[in-house]
Design a binder for this molecule. Structure first.
Ligand code: ASN
Length: 306
């Protein structure tokens, strides 16, 4: 039985988990200090992030109602802003990725996303917040996890602000479809890719008013080939625009009935936010090739894991 189930006891994981618990505390203190309120994670809901890439749905039937395991809390972040101004959550995300992603070293079917959202904020506001947050984290870790980082032989560089930016268009024209990987290998510090086209993303990232087909959003990419760190942007918050964006993607509006009714009647606030993958962040900090060592119980795509 045990040979069939993936379970690891590994020195690297032991160190990474210690670093990880510091990472959560430092990030949480940083956000609380800035006036954010931590909300509890949503695990099941009738609505969840449709995502822009294929995964299996985690579906649950409860008294005849269909619930989904959370793929991201994007919609609940917008809903939470009806009550609170600035929120964050260490949100467990279930993304039942296809087996092809088993060996990327960057994917887990279960991971934690530090997801945050700010009422009336612009993309610029949350980009600056992310830069400050990471610089603060790296500085603190250099002091507080000195021993662990030494064992791993990893020196964390403190990036300088503002982080470099490149537009999706420029990156794609220069490097083609592997733009993210190639740029990530080339760069020495974390950098932004901004302004994705509509076809690349979900319906909820806001489309420019004066630049049809392009979105007010961003990804942060780690250097040294570590790839994507976070995704975020400004949001579509007006009922008619949300419906139009969903229709353009041929989505089933009925499945989002409750969300759309709230958008129409209660009206969402304009907002911006992002989600940063905690295990990917730890992987970068530790300098691991494989994300599985960032956690004690990795869910590797396609594998039977405990
Ligand atoms: N959390 C991301 C965001 O805020 C969405 C995602 O995880 N796909 O935009």
């Amino acid at each position: 039985m045990l040979e069939e189930i993936y379970f690891q006891v590994d020195e690297r994981a032991k160190i990474a988990v210690k670093i990880g618990s510091k990472v959560r505390k430092i990030l949480s203190d940083f956000l609380l200090e800035r006036g954010f309120v931590e909300i509890a994670p949503v695990i099941i809901s009738p609505i969840t992030d449709p995502l822009a890439h294929p995964v299996f749905d985690g579906e649950i039937n409860y008294y005849g109602n269909k619930y989904y395991l959370t793929k991201s809390m994007i919609f609940h972040k917008q809903l939470a802003l009806l009550s609170l101004e600035k929120i964050f959550c260490f949100s467990p995300n279930i993304r039942l990725e296809l087996k092809d992603l088993e060996k990327t070293g960057r994917h887990l079917a279960e991971f934690t996303q530090l997801d945050l959202e700010v009422r009336n904020a612009s993309r610029e506001d949350v980009m600056e917040l992310a830069e400050d947050m990471l610089i603060h984290l790296f500085k603190k870790l250099r002091e507080e996890c000195k021993e662990e980082l030494e064992i791993l032989g990893r020196e964390i560089k403190i990036p300088s602000k503002p982080f470099k930016r490149i537009s999706f268009e420029e990156a794609y024209n220069k490097y083609g479809k592997d733009y993210e990987e190639m740029l990530s290998k080339e760069e020495k510090e974390p950098f932004w890719i901004i302004d994705f086209p509509k076809w690349k993303r979900e319906f909820y990232d806001k489309e420019y008013e004066d630049r049809k087909g392009w979105l007010v959003d961003m990804d942060l990419i780690y250097p040294e080939g570590f790839g994507e760190a976070l995704s975020g942007g400004e949001r579509e918050y007006e009922y008619e625009r949300i419906v139009r964006r969903m229709e353009e993607k041929s989505m089933n509006l009925q499945a989002f009935y409750a969300y759309l009714q709230i958008a129409r009647i209660a009206k969402f606030y304009p907002s911006a936010g992002f989600g940063i993958g905690i295990e990917r962040l730890i992987r970068y900090i530790c300098g691991f090739e494989d994300i599985r060592y960032t956690t004690l119980f990795p869910k590797i795509p396609g594998k039977y894991c405990i």
